[in-house]
Write a protein that binds this ligand. Structure first.
Ligand code: GLC
Ligand code: CA
Length: 583
């Protein structure tokens, strides 16, 4: 145990009992007239904004989207209370734009008692006063849209806070509109087999189910397999009412100008669902229908980490999350398995790209006509990659993520290599996640320019190391991680082939060998994250343009480190990356 336990992936770790609450794991740019942007339903024109992927309509902007995830409490504080706010996000939109990101995912900003940092929503339609007002949020949408930046809010559909008014009503002994809004048994003495629950807290005779922490009662979308008389079918009017209430919340924010949602624990709706999660899937398909009809430019991106399920059930994109041993984990966070860190992106990890491909390729092949897989640099639930990788290793890692298909996400601060602050005291239910949530490091002023509050009153302490990275330190160094990330994002915007829909083909990948070579349309890409020179012989097909039958010349258009190409033989020096254009 010791360090190993601390370093564990902690998304959806067991919380209340020794039993998992949720087996998540199942976890064109276009010119816009400033004055007319705001709502899709007002400005939507099919030909301009749409494309068909498979038989689905897709918001066209996703194709070239590069997201930036903002944890609102730690991005930028403008009123010096030590907590980031909406005005702070507005102030930094030009930074996001300059980085090249054209979309935001903002973690929950709703009214909340903050026992799970806002994922315990007390009022879905109210902005938490600590972040600002509804006017601020509407201004954020407008200001982002002026800069061609789309904004996704975080939708929490599986549970509310125990302080939500629906729950207060649901607890009452007398039946009312909300009695069946949550999952309740019908006897104070009868729990819920296989699920966490709470008894003894309500006037009503029954126990209620939890979805995550104790403060997060599960909303009632019914049961896939009914084994007790208090369980409802997903078709029960009470469960349909829950779904409709969720749609009402979505409409509320879409009408205010948001561009869609990242969806929290999206697979958790129907309890004891079948192995394909088909009942939960039906709910999302119904929601997608609403979006396709009324908000066709809105996107929904799921925390499901099972693209075959999520993308075939209505989501536009699904996150590839860090789950121990999965393909994504083997790339950069394989520090939990015995025998050392064998991450492919760790220079001395002696990793194996096949471990990634064997997991990723079937997912990609099965879903490429349905939607997108989202690679993340990190998120608010995952240890920052800088925990185990150096800034040089991160350059190569971000190069990989920004040149793979799908819709990539950069977690705030990863563009400068912010550290995971191991061992911080827990904040608002963060526990080991707290170390990835420390305030953004902007410059050399007080609290790295995050806030003018006293250091002691910052939401979470900051990196005290002498070499703590800041935007200011890196912005004028062409070789910095920040400028490398910027250049990679710009490259992705420049080449259609690099974007979400561009094809993906493995050219050279061998067990425990470097380099890894792949094609995106007419771009040939090679990566050697290891600390040793590596070479491979490429077949003539690797150099054949999609539209021609003859071998084309390969011109380097982007590189990190050095490489040489002579004939069909590619030599990649230690820690190198290159993108060739075939012409
Ligand atoms: C998701 C969120 C996480 C939250 C949990 C419960 O995993 O990303 O931060 O604690 O769901 O809502
Ligand atoms: Ca503030």
């Amino acid at each position: 145990m010791g360090n190993k336990a601390k370093n564990k992936s902690f998304a959806h770790a067991p919380i209340i009992s020794n039993q998992n609450i949720y087996q998540i794991f199942a976890s064109v740019t276009f010119p816009i007239d400033e004055c007319t942007y705001p709502r899709y339903n007002q400005i939507y024109t099919e030909n301009v904004f749409h494309k068909i992927k498979g038989d689905m309509t897709m918001p066209a902007w996703l194709k070239d989207a590069v997201f930036y995830e903002i944890y609102p409490q730690t991005f930028k504080d403008t009123n010096n209370d030590g907590i980031g706010d909406i005005k702070g996000i507005i102030e930094k939109l030009d930074y996001v734009k300059e980085l090249g990101c054209n979309a935001l995912w903002i973690n929950p900003i709703y009214d909340s008692p903050f026992k799970d940092a806002g994922y315990d929503v007390r009022d879905y339609k109210k902005v938490a006063p600590r972040y600002g007002t509804m006017d601020d949020v509407e201004r954020l949408f407008e200001e982002a849209h002026k800069r061609n930046i789309h904004v996704l809010l975080d939708l929490v559909p599986g549970h509310t806070s125990e302080e939500h008014e629906w729950f207060t009503e649901s607890k009452k002994a007398e039946r009312n509109e909300f009695s069946d809004r949550y999952v309740w048994t019908n006897c104070w003495f009868h729990g819920i087999a296989g699920h966490p629950y709470v008894g003894g807290e309500a006037e009503r005779d029954g126990c209620y189910m939890l979805n995550f922490f104790k403060c997060q009662p599960a909303l009632n979308y019914g049961f896939g397999k009914i084994t007790a008389d208090w369980q409802k079918s997903p078709e029960d009017p009470a469960c349909i009412a829950t779904r409709e209430a969720l749609k009402d919340v979505m409409r509320f924010w879409l009408d205010k100008g948001c561009d869609g949602f990242r969806v929290d624990m999206a697979d958790s709706l129907v309890k004891d669902d079948d192995e394909n999660k088909s009942n939960t899937g039906k709910i999302w398909k119904n929601i997608r229908e609403m979006l396709d009809n009324d908000y066709p430019e809105a996107a929904i991106i799921s925390e499901w980490s099972n693209p075959q399920q999520a993308l075939k059930n209505g989501f536009h994109a699904d996150f590839y999350l860090d789950h121990q041993g999965n393909g994504y984990n083997t790339l950069l966070r394989d520090n939990e398995t015995p025998g050392g860190d064998h991450s492919f992106l760790k220079k001395d990890g002696e990793g194996d790209i096949m471990r990634f491909l064997l997991d990723y390729l079937p997912k990609y092949d099965d879903t490429k006509d349905d939607g997108y897989i989202s690679f993340i640099t990190c998120n608010h639930d995952t240890p920052r990659a800088r925990f185990t990788l150096s800034p040089e290793e991160l350059k190569i890692a971000w190069a990989l993520f920004l040149t793979l298909p799908g819709v990539p996400f950069i977690y705030y601060g990863d563009e400068i290599g912010m550290r995971y602050l191991n061992g911080l005291p827990t904040k608002e239910g963060g526990y080991t996640r707290t170390g990835s949530r420390s305030p953004m490091q902007w410059d050399s002023t007080q609290n790295y320019g995050f806030s003018n509050a006293e250091k002691e009153s910052l939401y979470i302490p900051q990196d005290e190391s002498e070499d703590a990275p800041t935007v200011e330190k890196q912005k004028d160094d062409p070789d910095s991680l920040l400028n490398t990330t910027k250049a990679l994002i710009a490259l992705r915007h420049q080449y259609l082939d690099l974007q979400a829909d561009g094809s993906f083909e493995v050219i050279y990948a061998e067990k425990e060998q470097f380099p890894f070579v792949y094609r995106r349309g007419n771009l040939l890409i090679a990566i050697n994250p290891s600390d040793k020179k590596a070479s491979c012989a490429l077949t003539p097909e690797a150099f054949t343009r999609k539209d021609e039958n003859k071998q084309s010349a390969a011109h380097g258009v982007f590189s990190i480190g050095s490489h040489s190409l002579s004939g069909n033989s590619l030599i990649m020096e230690a820690q190198s990356f290159v993108v060739f254009e075939l012409s």
